[in-house]
Design a protein around this ligand. Sequence first.
Ligand code: HMG
Length: 298
Amino acid sequence: MPLPSNVRLVEVGPRDGLQNEKQPISVADKVRLVDDLSSAGLSYIEVGSFVSPKWVPQMAGSAEVFAQIQQQPGITYAALTPNLKGFEGALAAGVKEVAVFAAASEAFSQKNINCSISESLERFVPVMEAAKANGIRVRGYVSCVLGCPYDGAIDPQQVAHVAAELFAMGCYEVSLGDTIGTGTPGATRQLIDVVSARIPRDKLAGHFHDTYGQALANIYASLLEGVSVFDSSVAGLGGCPYAKGASGNVSTEDVLYMLNGLGINTGIDLDQLISAGQRICTLLGRDNGSRVARARQH
Ligand SMILES: CC(C)(COP(=O)([O-])OP(=O)([O-])OC[C@H]1O[C@@H](n2cnc3c(N)ncnc32)[C@H](O)[C@@H]1OP(=O)([O-])[O-])[C@@H](O)C(=O)NCCC(=O)NCCSC(=O)C[C@@](C)(O)CC(=O)[O-]
């Protein structure tokens, strides 16, 4: 399959990136990060989540963040909503696009959202109905598509089943999450092959964590399979709080550098992106997880 000429990057740094940080991060600092990412040319930014603050304290101020960011035309600013309560919070905050999140593994589903896979899908039905009634687009996530920290190996058919359920209930796109980064390019290609028997490839996105250093290779493998939407996190921030050992998402800077080298258009300015990533890393007092950013600083 020829490589796609355009790729959409879904910037998950402000949500997936920051949700796992232990130290408090002010609303103003989160707002600055989102605004920096808007200026760098990202067309889709996941700003926060409307989840229980007892489960993920760092996302507690998401409504305030939405109220204060400078929303630019043409950019989608999205939020995660695990249930109707979360959706109503997002709606009240003026959010125009949300994401529901399920898992391909029963144990991860329980740890992450305190219910079974089928219960989670039932919970999403009223979210989808409310979203439809309010003209809100819904993206779907499936976690643990290439391995689970609790259940181990995951059958691609199980991933296809959950992804197909999300698609059938109205998610316009389903992001396949390699939550613990154990996937390899061969497993990635096989997974896309199996899932695309149920959902068109242009409705799939890839969400790779770089725990085992496979993320860029997995993205390239996905491009070869005709997938053209990828989630990534500025400076490689992140990790899921309910997946022990899950290190950062693949860094947006590194994905962009690879795509630029392949002549694939994204509309994102690499230098501005590196500045945005370095600013938040300095603020958090952490190393920059982007190899490209580190190389450019030397
Ligand atoms: C789903 C629940 C709420 C179930 O949690 P629960 O405890 O079963 O919920 P509950 O319905 O029994 O309610 C318990 C309390 O939570 C409140 N509550 C209930 N819902 C909400 C809400 N939406 N917002 C705010 N508060 C809420 C509710 O009002 C109540 O408050 P109380 O009466 O005790 O004061 C909880 O497990 C939760 O919030 N989990 C979120 C976990 C999370 O955010 N994980 C990270 C995102 S997923 C991820 O990172 C993976 C991904 C997407 O990036 C892809 C990948 O890499 O794989």
